[in-house]
Write a protein that binds this ligand. Sequence first.
Ligand SMILES: O=c1[nH]c(=O)c2nc[nH]c2[nH]1
Ligand SMILES: [Zn+2]
Length: 471
Amino acid sequence: MTILFTVYYGAVINPESLTTFKALPRCLFLVNGDGYIDWIVDDVESSDLQNVLASKGLIDIDVYVLKNGEFVMPGFVDTHTHAPQVPNIGSGQQYELLDWLENVTFPMESKFSDAEFARKTYPSVVQRFINAGTTTCCYYATIHLEATKILADVVKHQGQRAFVGKCNMNRNSPDNYRESSEEESIAATKELIAYIQSIDSDLVHPILTPRFAISCTSPLLSSLGDMLKSDPNLAIQTHISENQNEVKLTLELFSESTTYAGVYDDHGLLTERMILAHAVHLGESELQLIAVRKAGISHCPTSNFNLRSGMAKVGEMLDRGIKVGLGTDVSGGYSPSILTAVQHTSICSKMVANHSMHQSSSSNGTFANKQLPMTTLLYLATMGGAEVCNLSHKIGNLQPGKSFDALIVSVRHDAGNPAVWGFEDDFEHVPTKEELEGFLERFLFCGDDRNISKVFVQGRLVGGKSFVKGA
Ligand SMILES: O=c1[nH]c(=O)c2nc[nH]c2[nH]1
Ligand SMILES: [Zn+2]
């Protein structure tokens, strides 16, 4: 029998803006057979459930009732990670960026010249991100066309929403891990785009991926700029201003440009479709330029701490109206979970605030030089990421007409990592708004995969702790 829709009843957490979210203890909503949210009714007493359903023309239907200690929230958006670096998670912690690339990262990524290795590796990589609650993921692959096609196939098969990009790299990496010419790099990029468009146009998107300025010659960046100009739907991702030695080398290699952001802008790459990872050491003029061009920033605090890169000034970016989302940046970051990125975003904002206090820096704006509150952290992990990906009309929060990309979170004792004690089997007890906000705080700061029971993308169950493949 085909299921045409599902009705859910229970607690919902819904981000609204950088400064507001809704904690709704008794929500009733319907997800239709195409995976879109049809309607949401707030504050429905259980005694009134059947009446409300009847008013929607629904009589005698099954309702998925959430337990006390469970809630639905939008799925996480990971705006920057490296699928082929997952096998390296936790290794090479002693390095800073450029040595880490040379000694740890390029050797691992070069193994993906072997398509069989990609076929064996990528399914568990993608499932790991899904089970961490990431419903939309921006993946870097490697320079290899075949292996990147395999990653796109795996993502499609496993049902995640994603951007998949083949790295453009024609200089400053080992001979066995470098494209031999600009033409080769562009031809393979075009073939990948055509391939992804042939397998999917809804969930999986191609994305231009010049690794970073250091990896690309000026003609290669210009050709990518031409591609971006000729296709208004094409997205692009890269790294920017992560590490001070990287910034220095970039400015030596591109002496015609005055700043790192200027390098990308001078090649026609800095548009609202650009996702810039890190942005730790940007200067005033670069922040202004990024705001004017409406490019988005992927804040990757786990990686920024781990590779000793520095602390990005996220509050200042937000005050300037720059779009910001979170990225795990595996394996610069050692966790595939956006929850870890949330925790480190909080710590980073506290340290920036602390530092600025000692330097008597201004904290006149809403966010600059202040600790980011939970509401903002929630927004960055969901809606902020959706904005960075230019998908906020589709995903990021739960609204009629949007896709049901969502998590069922459990903080009950039977989750194995509890944050609720005592009343979770009391079916009469509906959490108060304050209790529900407490559940969210505990989940964001102490939660992990054990608390993510189900992961839905476009209404389809694709992962989570209770997910059994093929069931
Ligand atoms: O954190 C990072 N990870 C990478 O793989 C990379 N490549 C260039 N710059 C980078 N930064
Ligand atoms: Zn990265």
